[in-house]
Design a protein around this ligand. Structure first.
Ligand SMILES: Cc1cc2nc3c(=O)[nH]c(=O)nc-3n(C[C@H](O)[C@H](O)[C@H](O)COP(=O)(O)OP(=O)(O)OC[C@H]3O[C@@H](n4cnc5c(N)ncnc54)[C@H](O)[C@@H]3O)c2cc1C
Length: 389
């Protein structure tokens, strides 16, 4: 399948795409399916992608990264996804956590975490969602109080991905402003084995090696240096991590959509039940063409968001990253739906491996920010319409 990507990408980007696509091809869907069936993690692919410099491509060179940005990291995730073997934890570990620590962490935090996040020997999960807050992250109640030189965290999180694989979780909590009494968002690095840090796996209908967890923080005592960056600039720091998360979720959706579409096109070219292959019927061909167009358009917006972000325009990147996440989530859901339909009964067999993508693709519509919340953002922020909530 041809993709009109040359005009916008540098030769280095195109070379990166080709190299990651080759790695993806060596692993591919069969590898992923086996890992999931055996209840394992994608350790081999994670390690090899890290060794080739792909996982830390966005992290600063002085801490072992590639010195690139979201433009490069999103290429890596998209291409692995297009090969059928996406690494979901890339959205969290190098993109959110790596970015936040690189931009706002102390020198000690950078030295402790960034080389490991870049070479894949360390992984970090990210927990913001709470049972009673959901889309309304202003409502989170996980609270950090000072106790001598320590911090003590109490609260609950839900749907946090990959906590079992991660050495630590970057937890979004709140501290009380001594002057105003208001709760301010703050980010804490919580090691996996910290006393009082409990996790329960949530039983999801998702065919993926990364699992989701409910977290219970029961008076988790952390040293002063667990706080990332500045206590008074928590919101700014948080947003700096959320834009990469949206850009990477767009890459995840585009990759999955491309994978499903390529399977469907291959099938439509060869499956014959009348005189011609089913791909000659426009009722089959046109929706596939539409899916291809939507995925290409989403990539354009993702590239715009990545470029703005990498150039340091956090505000401009915010709008574009939301739009890219929205467009890619919708394009992914539609591409998967049409791919399943193209295969008729085979679309629902385990052998062809597309049915499980029906639920997986919905993740791109819901997380990390839902379709409706992006439409709220665009109505209010971009169009200036009154806020509805
Ligand atoms: C597979 C998966 C992995 C995840 N990984 C992580 C992770 O690693 N870390 C983490 O912190 N979280 C994670 N999440 C959580 C994810 O970010 C949330 O599910 C998402 O933010 C939505 O929150 P919610 O599920 O509570 O839905 P709710 O907020 O309860 O929303 C339910 C529905 O109501 C709609 N809605 C809510 N408010 C409005 C409104 N004002 N206007 C219109 N519609 C509205 C929503 O769009 C949605 O359709 C993950 C979720 C999934 C499914």
């Amino acid at each position: 399948m041809s993709t009109a990507r040359t005009a916008l990408e540098t030769e280095e980007h195109q070379a990166l795409r080709a190299a990651v696509a080759a790695l993806g091809k060596r692993y591919g869907r069969d590898y992923m399916t086996t890992v999931i069936r055996e209840g394992k993690h994608t350790d081999e692919l994670w390690a090899e992608a890290a060794k080739l410099g792909y996982l830390g491509v966005n992290l600063p060179e002085e801490y072992g990264g590639g010195g690139g940005g979201m433009a490069e990291l999103s290429i890596v995730l998209e291409e692995l996804g297009a090969a059928g073997s996406p690494l979901l934890m890339m959205i969290v570990s190098p993109a959110i956590c790596g970015t936040v620590i690189a931009r706002f962490g102390t020198e000690e935090q950078k030295r402790t975490w960034l080389p490991g996040l870049a070479d894949g020997s360390l992984t970090m999960a990210f927990g913001i969602t709470e049972p009673d807050a959901g889309s309304n992250s202003h409502r989170i109640t996980t609270t950090a109080r000072r106790d001598g030189g320590d911090w003590v965290l109490t609260g609950r999180k839900v749907f946090v991905s990959g906590v079992d694989m991660a050495d630590a979780t970057l937890i979004v909590g709140r501290t009380e402003d001594a002057r105003s009494g208001k709760l301010k968002p703050c980010l804490f690095i919580v090691p996996r084995d910290a006393p009082g840090f409990g996790r329960n796996r949530i039983d999801m209908e998702l065919h993926a090696p990364e699992k989701q967890f409910e977290l219970v923080l029961d008076d988790v005592r952390l040293p002063a240096n667990a706080l990332v960056g500045d206590e008074d600039a928590g919101l700014l720091q948080l947003f700096a991590g959320l834009n990469p998360e949206r850009i990477m979720t767009a890459a995840f959706g585009i990759g999955m959509g491309r994978f499903a579409l390529s399977r469907a096109v291959e099938y439509a070219r060869t499956r014959q039940v009348w005189k011609e292959p089913i791909g000659s019927h426009q009722a089959i061909a046109h929706p596939l063409a539409t899916a291809h167009i939507d995925l290409e358009l989403s990539r354009l917006m993702m590239q715009k968001a990545a470029r703005l972000y990498d150039e340091g325009d956090d505000i401009g990147a915010g709008e574009a990253a939301n739009m890219a996440k929205y467009a890619a989530g919708e394009a992914c859901v539609k591409a998967v739906d049409q791919a399943v339909h193209t295969l008729g009964g085979n679309g629902l067999t385990r052998e062809y491996g597309l049915a499980s993508l029906i639920t997986a693709s919905r993740v791109a519509r819901i997380a990390p920010v839902s379709r409706e919340m992006i439409l709220n953002y665009v109505s209010h922020q971009s169009l200036g319409l009154p806020k509805s909530y």
